[in-house]
Each structure stands twice: as structure tokens, then as C-alpha cells.
Design a protein around this ligand. Structure first.
Ligand code: C2E
Ligand code: MG
Ligand code: MG
Length: 748
């Protein structure tokens, strides 16, 4: 397929060839004829004046020139050949002039093409015109105006058709627009050129033929003036149109820019609105999350103390308004949770708390409020519950449920719970008060080992007393209210004092003597037991070091000091013991540490580790209150105890005639098998003493021999150097006890 440019070039060349041919033929025909002066004038006008006398028709691409008029005039006056030459020359000059004046750039071959086309079009027009001899006879034309008009009409119409068809065809081939559109839009308006040209030619022709020179000159001046004023107004119109178009263009450009700007702003606005919406959304979400986090426990997702208190406060206020809206508050403390955390790690500890929370929720109604208010502390509001009895039932159910062991990551978990219940009361003004009372009840349940307790006013006074005692205890050492009593430990074979158990006493300035069972748990709960024990270790080691010096026979006296379970888990115990030994100068094997069986077994692995390190110091170790703590035989075997102290409840239960002695017998045999010395506490009667002697128990302590004594009295005993078991008893022991039983102890 030929491309458009090539085709257009072919056409141009064809036109150049055809046009040159026409031009050549016309030139040949004219050649030799004498040139009329008028033709020379017309040629001059065409070359020098016509190009300057152009009119740009408003809103058209076509320029109205006077060349048409001159060409038509030449046809009428000097024949077609002269007109062909004139047309060619006019076009050539016009193009060159436009290139020079308007700096119009003509494409390749364009000037020759235009020149040839002009010649060709006039040649063809003349051919058609000559086809009608009646109107193309120049003599008739000059004579008859009608023939002149017909002649000019044919010339104008033919020229218009040829020129416009040529232009439309050429344009269509050049830029691919449809022929009809091009013709209609651009070429049709050019018909004006021919009509005006024909009209002008007619007038000039008439003037030249019939008027005199003066009339022609006047007419020419008039035409000139008319032309110039017309040209003026046309150019004004053109300018106005150009202005209007420019203004229109500028306006639409500004409009376009403004629209673009507006669109840009609109899209920016939409974008920023979207962003803002997103940010608001995120803010709303994070606000919600923040609110949730502020009111919930992150581990269990239960309500936290803040939310619990808010709910409780609402219910308290409601209850004051309407006493039928009764409710009950439960305070729950998970027992043995610390052990789980210490021995199995915090991850398991966390899982246990999650399981516990789920169990609570399962057992309660959706309307009840469950909250985690501390590490292992929970609180529950039982809504619309009129009687405390119903609350107790629910609490018992929870208590029993949590007592069930469960498996977690291969571990068997044993936990428990202590629950305090506080029923609603008009006395309460805020949430903290009711929660505090439920807490008091929980502590009571824990202390008594009953699991569930309901708050009463007596419990509160007990609690307040406890709080007071606790604060007094803090200053008891400073005020020298604490002192040690010493209870002799006696050899059941010789009746000799082999040492003392140091027992703490608190002589309160206002309340008098407070027994250890009352204040030791308090000291343990508050953590005061650690500094108190440090003081005890110093005091008793110093004391024993002095007593050992009373007589050479006392060099081996020992001092038994009770160590609390709370201190056992404290890493500094070993340092504290070492420090006491060092500062007193007491040899390590003179110090015996007593650890209650239940405490030793509670976290046996940890106990083994601590005791082993203590043993490395050289101190002796005794398991206290044996028989009350459900010892695991496996652990008992691994724990490095030297002595086993039988709990006094077993000694106490022995009857006058030695009844219920089986357990004692068993414990003693067990101790012997474990290569431990046995000591029995709480010996109050001679029959108990006899039995223990007969069973081969090594040592004993009890009111029968001596009550715990203040320092001076104990010291007096040492100076008196009296055996604490009377001679008869020793006799009795020796005579009544079968020989085999003394040497060969029962083995289990
Ligand atoms: P424990 O270590 O088992 O001490 C023996 C308790 O039995 C002492 O009670 C003692 O007075 C008492 N006792 C001794 N012989 C008899 C007797 O024949 N009959 C009766 N009914 N009781 C007898 P105490 O001094 O009241 O101490 C009670 C508990 O308080 C001790 O039991 C011990 O667990 C604790 N405790 C006492 N002093 C200390 C101490 O300094 N530190 C620690 N951590 N606990 C101590
Ligand atoms: Mg003891
Ligand atoms: Mg004991």
C-alpha cells in the first residue's frame, strides 16, 4: 500500500507535469504575438499589486485575492493562453512573496505545485469556457452585456468547481480527511473569490470598453477607496474575531486550568478526607482498644479492679435506692499459686490463671461480674442474690471445682482457693469497703483452713487487731519486746541436756505475752519473719557460744532454731546463717535448723537445694512436726535432715498404758532407716516418756522435763547441771526395756 506522503508526492509531480504542459502550450501559442500594453499592465498589477491586495475572509482559511478578477479580465481581454501565463506567474510570485513577507514555510515541491495547479486550473476553465462558443467569442462579449455576464458566470462557476475540487482532493489525499467535509468546510467559501473576481472583472471590463479613461480612473479610485474601506472593516472584523477568539481561547484555557485545578483540589480533598476518615477510624479503634485495655486484665480478659469497682459502686448506689436489688461480693485467693510460678515457671502460671478464669465464668451467670484484681486474686459480684446462703453455695461449688487437680503441659497441677463473702449492706458507701470486708473473710477462711467464710463484724475487729499487731510487730525488736525462751532438749538415755530449742516470745507493752501461734503467721504474711529470724539467729548463736563455755561438758550443746518456710525461699538465708555463726564464733555443727515438715514438702525440690547448701556450711537440720505434713518418702529420702522431730500430737495421743503407740513406733523406725536421730516433742507424762524410751527414741522435749524458759532460768539449769529425767525413770527404762529392743530396733 502506498503511504500517504508518497501518494501526495506523486500527485504533486503529476500536477507539476500537467501544469507545466498547460503553461508551455499557452506560452507557445502566445509566442510571437505582439504583447499588448494592457496585458503588460495587467501582468505588472498581478505581480506587484495583487499580492498586496488580499483579504482574509472572516472565519475562513481562504484568502480573497484580486488575482481572480485580473485573470478573468485577462481571459476576456487577451484570451485564455495569456490568462494561463498570468495565473502561473501570479501564483509563483504570490507564493514567493508570502514566503518572504509572512515567513510561510512551504513544503517540498509546494511552490511549483501551486504554480502548476494555478496554470492547470485556468487552462481547464478556459477549455470549458471555450466549449461554449456563443459566450466565449470575445467580440460578442465586449458588445453584449448579457453574453459578458453569462461568460463571466461560466468562467466563475467552472473555475470555482475546478479549483475547489482540486483543493478538496489534494487535501483529502494529504491529510486523510473526508473529501465532502473538506469541500464543504473550506472550498465552498472560496466560491466567493470567483464570484467577486468575476464581478470585478466584469465592471473593469465594461469600464475599459465603454468608458473613457477619466471615468475608468474615477471608477478605479472609487473601487480603490471602497476596497480599502472594505479591507479596513474586514481587517477590523478579523481583528475583532481574532481578539474574540483569543479571549475565547484564553477564557477556555483559564477555564480548563481552573477546572483542572478544581479537579486536583477535589481529588486532594477527597484524598485528605479519606485519610482523615482512616485516621478517625484508627483513632476510634485505638480509643476502643485503649478503653478496653484500661478496664480489663490483659491475661484473662476479665474485668480489672477499676471496672469491678465501677460496677460495684453502681450496685451499691442501686441497693441504697432499692433494697430488693441485693447482691453478694466474693473475694477469691488462689492458694499454692506462688509455688506453681516458682517451680513450673511463669508461662504455666499464666495458663493456670487463664484456666481458673474460664472455670469461674463457666460456673457463673452472664450477669455476674468476674474480675482479676491482683496476681492470684479474683473478685466476683453475684447479682440479684438475696441471701448469703446462696452465695455460700456458689462459693462452695467454686471451692470444690478448683480443688480438682488438672493436667497442664504434662504437669499435674494442684491448686485451691480461699473465698471470702461480703453481703451487700446499706453501710457500704464505696466499692473498696465491701471488697476489703470480703478480703477479711477470705483471710479468715485461709487461716482456719475452711475454704469459705462469710464476713462478720467480729472478723473485722479481728482483722483490725491483726493489723494493729502487725504494725506493733514492726517495732517489737527495737522496743526489745521480743525475747527468746529456751526449752531443753534431753537425751532420753542419760537425762542430760543436749541442747535447747529457741522459741520466740513477744512481751507486748499493752497486750502482755502474745503466743507465737498468734504472731508468727503475722510475721510470715508481712515478711517481717526474715528480719526477726536474722535477729533470732544472732541472739541464739551468741547465747549458745556463751553457754558452751560454762563447762567442758557443755561444749557439745546444740541450739535448735525454727526457720520459717518464707525464709527458706529467700536466697539470703544461707548468708544470714553464716553471718550469725561468724559473728558469734559458734561452730556450725552446734546450730540446728528446724523446718516444719509441711513447709519442707511444699516445694521439695527447692528445699533440697537450699538444705544441701546449708548442710555444706556444716549446720544440722531437723524436720519439725513430723507426721503432720504428708511427707513423700521419695523426698524424705533425698532431704539431708539429721534429725526427725515427732509432732507432739502423736506423743499426746499415747495413753497411760501405751495405747496408740503404733504410729510412734513407725515414725521412729522410719527415722532410723533413714539414718536420722529421733526427737519427740510434747512429752508431758512419764508413760509417754517410758514408751518413747522403750521405742528407742533418742531425744525428747516437753513440759515433763522443762517448759521453755527465759534465758536466765535456762542458764541456771545449766549451772545446776541436774539431769532432767529422774533416776527412777532411767532405772525403769533400763530394767523394763528388753535387751533386744534396746540393741535391735524394729525395722520397717
Ligand atoms: P514448734 O517448733 O513445734 O515448737 C514446739 C512447741 O511445742 C512450742 O510452742 C513449745 O512450747 C511447745 N511444747 C513443748 N513441749 C510441750 C509440751 O509438753 N506440751 C505442750 N502442750 N507444748 C509443748 P510455742 O513456743 O508456743 O511455739 C509454737 C510454734 O511457734 C513452734 O512450734 C514454732 O512452729 C513456732 N515458733 C516458736 N518460736 C519460733 C521461732 O523463733 N521461729 C519460728 N519460725 N517459729 C517459731
Ligand atoms: Mg520447732
Ligand atoms: Mg514442733
Amino acid at each position: 500500500m502506498l503511504n500517504r506522503e508518497k501518494l501526495s508526492n506523486y500527485i504533486k509531480i503529476s500536477i507539476i507535469v500537467a501544469g507545466s504542459f498547460c503553461f508551455g502550450v499557452s506560452a507557445l501559442r502566445i509566442f510571437g504575438q505582439s504583447f499588448h500594453l494592457g496585458f503588460i499592465v495587467l501582468l505588472g498589477l498581478t505581480i506587484f499589486v495583487a499580492p498586496r491586495m488580499t483579504l482574509q475572509m472572516p472565519r475562513s482559511r481562504y484568502i480573497l485575492t484580486f488575482s481572480d478578477a485580473l485573470i478573468f479580465l485577462t481571459i476576456l481581454m487577451y484570451g485564455g493562453e495569456a490568462a494561463v501565463l498570468l495565473a502561473g506567474v501570479e501564483m509563483l510570485v504570490n507564493c514567493l512573496y508570502m514566503r518572504w513577507r509572512d515567513k510561510i514555510k512551504f513544503g517540498k515541491l509546494m511552490i511549483p505545485t501551486n504554480t502548476a495547479a494555478a496554470a492547470l486550473c485556468v487552462y481547464l476553465t478556459v477549455l470549458v469556457w471555450e466549449f461554449f462558443p456563443s459566450i466565449s467569442d470575445r467580440v460578442s462579449v465586449a458588445r453584449d452585456t448579457k453574453i459578458l455576464m453569462s461568460s463571466l458566470g461560466v468562467l466563475a462557476f467552472t473555475n470555482f468547481l475546478i479549483v475547489s475540487l482540486y483543493a478538496a482532493i489534494f487535501q483529502t489525499i494529504k491529510d486523510g480527511t473526508t473529501f465532502w467535509q473538506t469541500w464543504k468546510k473550506d472550498c465552498f467559501t472560496s466560491s466567493l473569490a470567483q464570484i467577486v473576481g468575476a464581478g470585478l472583472a466584469g465592471i473593469i471590463f465594461k469600464l475599459l470598453n465603454f468608458g473613457d479613461v477619466v471615468a475608468a480612473a474615477i471608477a478605479s479610485v472609487a473601487i480603490g477607496i471602497a476596497y480599502y474601506s472594505y479591507r479596513q472593516s474586514i481587517s477590523e472584523i478579523n481583528e475583532a474575531i481574532a481578539h474574540a477568539e483569543n479571549a475565547e481561547r484564553e477564557k477556555s484555557e483559564t477555564e480548563r486550568k481552573r477546572r483542572k485545578e478544581a479537579e486536583k483540589h477535589a481529588s486532594q480533598l477527597i484524598e485528605s478526607l479519606k485519610k482523615e476518615e482512616k485516621a478517625n477510624d484508627a483513632l476510634r479503634k485505638s480509643e476502643k482498644a485503649f478503653q478496653y485495655a484500661a478496664l480489663h486484665d490483659s491475661l484473662t480478659n476479665l474485668a480489672n479492679r477499676q471496672k469491678f469497682n465501677d460496677e460495684l459502686k453502681k450496685l451499691i448506689d442501686e441497693y441504697k435506692e432499692d433494697p430488693t436489688t441485693a447482691f453478694q461480693v466474693l473475694f477469691l485467693d488462689i492458694s499454692r499459686f506462688k509455688n506453681i510460678n516458682d517451680s513450673l515457671g511463669h508461662t504455666i502460671g499464666d495458663k493456670v490463671l487463664i484456666i481458673v478464669a474460664k472455670r469461674f465464668l463457666r460456673m457463673l451467670r452472664p450477669s455476674d461480674v468476674v474480675a482479676r484484681i491482683g496476681g492470684d486474686e479474683f473478685a466476683i459480684i453475684l447479682r440479684d442474690l438475696s441471701t448469703v446462703g446462696k452465695a455460700q453455695k456458689i462459693a462452695r461449688k467454686i471451692y470444690q471445682n478448683l480443688a480438682q487437680p488438672f493436667s497442664l503441659s504434662g504437669n499435674r497441677i494442684f491448686i485451691g482457693v480461699n473465698i471470702g463473702i461480703a453481703p451487700c449492706d446499706v453501710e457500704y458507701d464505696n466499692a473498696e469497703e465491701i471488697l476489703r470486708d470480703a478480703d477479711i473473710a477470705m483471710h479468715f477462711a485461709k487461716e482456719k483452713g475452711i475454704g469459705v467464710a462469710v464476713f462478720t463484724k467480729e472478723l473485722r475487729s479481728r482483722f483490725l487487731e491483726r493489723v494493729r499487731l502487725e504494725s506493733d510487730l514492726r517495732y517489737a525488736i527495737e522496743r526489745s519486746e521480743l525475747s527468746m525462751h529456751y526449752q531443753p532438749l534431753v537425751s532420753l538415755q542419760t537425762g542430760e541436756i543436749i541442747g535447747f530449742e529457741a522459741l520466740l516470745r513477744w512481751q507486748h507493752s499493752q497486750l502482755g505475752m502474745i503466743p507465737p501461734v498468734k504472731f508468727i503467721p503475722l510475721a510470715e504474711d508481712s515478711g517481717l519473719i526474715v528480719p526477726i529470724t536474722i535477729w533470732i539467729l544472732q541472739e541464739t548463736c551468741n547465747q549458745l557460744a556463751r553457754w558452751q563455755k560454762i563447762s567442758p561438758s557443755y561444749e557439745n550443746l546444740i541450739m535448735s532454731v525454727n526457720i520459717s518456710g518464707k525464709h527458706l525461699t529467700n536466697d539470703e538465708l544461707i548468708d544470714d546463717v553464716e553471718q550469725a555463726l561468724e559473728s558469734s564464733g559458734l561452730s556450725a555443727d552446734s546450730l540446728k535448723l528446724e523446718i516444719t515438715e509441711s513447709v519442707a514438702m511444699e516445694n521439695a525440690e527447692n528445699t533440697i537445694e537450699v538444705l544441701t547448701r546449708l548442710k555444706q556450711l556444716g549446720v544440722q537440720l531437723s524436720i519439725d512436726d513430723f507426721g503432720t505434713g504428708y511427707s513423700s518418702l521419695n523426698y524424705l529420702h533425698r532431704l539431708p535432715f539429721d534429725t526427725l522431730k515427732i509432732d507432739r500430737s502423736f506423743v499426746y495421743s499415747v495413753g497411760e498404758k501405751g495405747e496408740n503407740s503404733e504410729i510412734l513406733q513407725t515414725i521412729i523406725s522410719l527415722a532410723k532407716n533413714l539414718k536420722m536421730k529421733v526427737i519427740a516433742e510434747g512429752i508431758e507424762t512419764e508413760s509417754q516418756l517410758n514408751l518413747l524410751q522403750n521405742l528407742g527414741c533418742d531425744y525428747g522435749q516437753g513440759y515433763l522435763m522443762s517448759k521453755p524458759k527465759p534465758r536466765d532460768e535456762a542458764e541456771k539449769m545449766l549451772y545446776e547441771h541436774q539431769p532432767l529425767i529422774s533416776f527412777q525413770h532411767l532405772q525403769h527404762f533400763d530394767s523394763e526395756r528388753p535387751q533386744n529392743q534396746r540393741e535391735n530396733l524394729p525395722i520397717f
